[in-house]
Ligand binder design. Structure first.
Ligand SMILES: Cc1cc2nc3c(=O)[nH]c(=O)nc-3n(C[C@H](O)[C@H](O)[C@H](O)COP(=O)(O)OP(=O)(O)OC[C@H]3O[C@@H](n4cnc5c(N)ncnc54)[C@H](O)[C@@H]3O)c2cc1C
Length: 453
């Protein structure tokens, strides 16, 4: 019997296992290994404490099954009082409910395929090659021999704020990890909180602070001071593939294409144009040179991110209200230093983007929301360190994520595609433009399972 080991049981691990088991090959057994029992089947983004935070994608687009798009909606119908809850396919459902959906699917798979699917709780610390198999070694020394291994380790803690002295990084009022359990509950309501980064994790925390009736000042700082834009229901834009790929041969061409299509489709909201090109983004990306990709990251990415990763109208309204009533202030600039006063307050100094002057803000708490670390040399995971040092894994050209071939097989330090070592999801960020959201995870999982089974 062929043995398949999947490391990590977040969305990527779960979607892959569902796809593998659906292939109904009795000749294979599957082990799903998860180091954090609380995240079993849910991963970081959909843990139960995210009961206030909405998905950033409408429910109708969040089925884990590509061929059954209404699967999540159907699950809500069956498990929540659909009419009373008011959830429809257009709703932004709380992420904790989505986590329940993921976990209930994992439980169903365990029950249905109990003879050939098992879950193991523990951390994989090493992968050693043994002829044409892998020896999967857990932290507790348990060893598992696998014919095929898929890495789905997901999101890693954000990079440390280099401006913060190591002493500050250990300070109890400095939170290095935005997704930690209940961090905001420990903050007194009248204290000032500063978020570094203005992406979706900061929005999550603003929602929580508001629900907690926080009265203290809130500051958010990022290099550009740009907040995510709002989802709107709009018609669909279907691009002409040839025109799109020819027009987007360079990052500048890509911007021109977006502008031109937005102008020539006044009846559509701009977000329809962004969503319409999404299926081709990875193809556009693959056609760009390394220098063009770097150019995109340096100059265009912050603007792209706020258009692409949008938030529900309700979240936008809340931010508007917090800014208007003076509780939330937004800063744009490059952080230069963080120090601590005798009265235990942080002083964060930054080079203001607009004025070019050195400015400073004082705060009681700092939360690092700069996004998951994607430079694998800096990731604090025994498994990743070992895979890099043994040459089973190498960085991609942008040094964001790891190098794979088109099918998701990892490429080793000799440039060979390894026939029985795959990865999917956030680990392919950088090599692919889009690799983190459900849509791409589903496609990658389907692709890998077709090759394994
Ligand atoms: C806060 C947040 C909100 C998001 N909201 C949305 C959204 O609304 N819609 C959308 O489409 N996308 C959203 N995303 C994108 C998100 O990245 C993906 O949807 C998803 O979380 C990726 O799943 P994953 O399984 O790859 O990673 P993770 O969720 O990080 O899961 C990886 C799992 O692997 C385990 N693991 C790691 N290393 C080991 C090891 N060595 N041994 C054993 N286990 C290990 C970890 O404990 C973890 O549970 C959001 C992301 C975040 C962070």
């Amino acid at each position: 019997m062929k043995s398949i080991v999947v490391i990590g049981s977040g969305l990527s691990g779960l979607v892959l296992v569902s796809s593998l088991l659906e292939k109904e090959n009795e000749a294979s057994s599957i082990l799903l290994i998860e180091k954090n029992p609380e995240q079993l089947g849910k991963g970081i983004a959909y843990k139960s404490e995210f009961e206030l935070q909405p998905l950033n994608v409408r429910a109708g687009r969040m089925s884990i099954y590509q061929h059954h798009p209404n699967h999540f909606i159907q699950w809500i119908r069956d498990n929540y009082n659909y009419r009373d809850s008011g959830y429809t396919e257009h709703s932004f459902v709380p992420r904790s409910i989505y986590g329940e959906y993921l976990k209930s699917n994992l439980d169903n798979l365990s029950a249905t395929y109990s003879t050939r699917f098992q879950i193991v709780l523990g951390e994989v610390a090493r992968l050693e090659k043994s002829d044409d198999k892998w020896n999967v070694i857990l932290r507790n020394e348990k060893e598992i021999i696998a014919d095929q291994v898929v890495l789905a380790p997901g999101n890693f803690p954000p990079p440390d704020l280099s401006a913060a002295h190591p002493e500050i990084r250990k300070h109890p009022k400095y939170f290095p990890l935005p997704w930690q359990n209940g961090i905001l509950a420990s903050i007194p309501k009248d204290k000032t909180v500063l978020f570094v980064g203005m992406g979706l994790s900061t929005i999550d925390h603003l929602i929580t602070l508001n629900k907690n009736k926080h009265t203290g000042k809130i500051i958010a700082i990022s290099r550009n001071g740009l907040l995510p834009l709002t989802h709107k229901l709009t018609g669909a834009f279907v691009p002409n593939k040839d025109e799109l790929l020819n027009g987007c041969e360079t990052p500048i061409g890509f911007l021109k294409f977006l502008r031109e299509k937005t102008n020539t489709h006044p009846n559509l909201h701009w977000s329809a144009i962004i969503d319409g090109i999404r299926p081709y983004q990875n193809q556009i990306w693959a056609n760009w040179s390394i220098d063009q990709k770097k150019q995109f990251h340096r100059h265009i990415r912050p603007f792209w991110e706020i258009h692409r990763h949008r938030i529900p109208e309700e979240s936008s309204e809340l931010i508007k209200k917090l800014i208007e009533n003076g509780q939330l202030s937004i800063r744009a600039g490059r952080i230069k230093g963080i120090s601590l006063t005798r009265s235990d307050e942080f002083i964060l100094s930054y080079l203001d983007k607009k004025s070019g002057n050195l400015s400073a803000v004082t705060t009681d708490y700092i939360v690092n929301c700069t996004g998951s670390q994607s430079d694998f040399r800096k990731i604090d995971s025994p498994l990743i360190k070992q895979l890099l040092s043994d040459g089973h894994v190498v960085l991609n050209d942008l040094q964001m994520g790891i190098l794979t071939d088109e099918s998701g097989r990892l490429i080793d330090n000799k440039g060979n595609s390894q026939p029985n070592l795959f990865t999917l999801g956030p680990t392919r960020k950088g090599q692919l433009w889009e690799s983190v959201a459900l849509n791409e995870i589903r496609q990658q999982a389907e692709n890998i399972s077709n090759q394994i089974i």
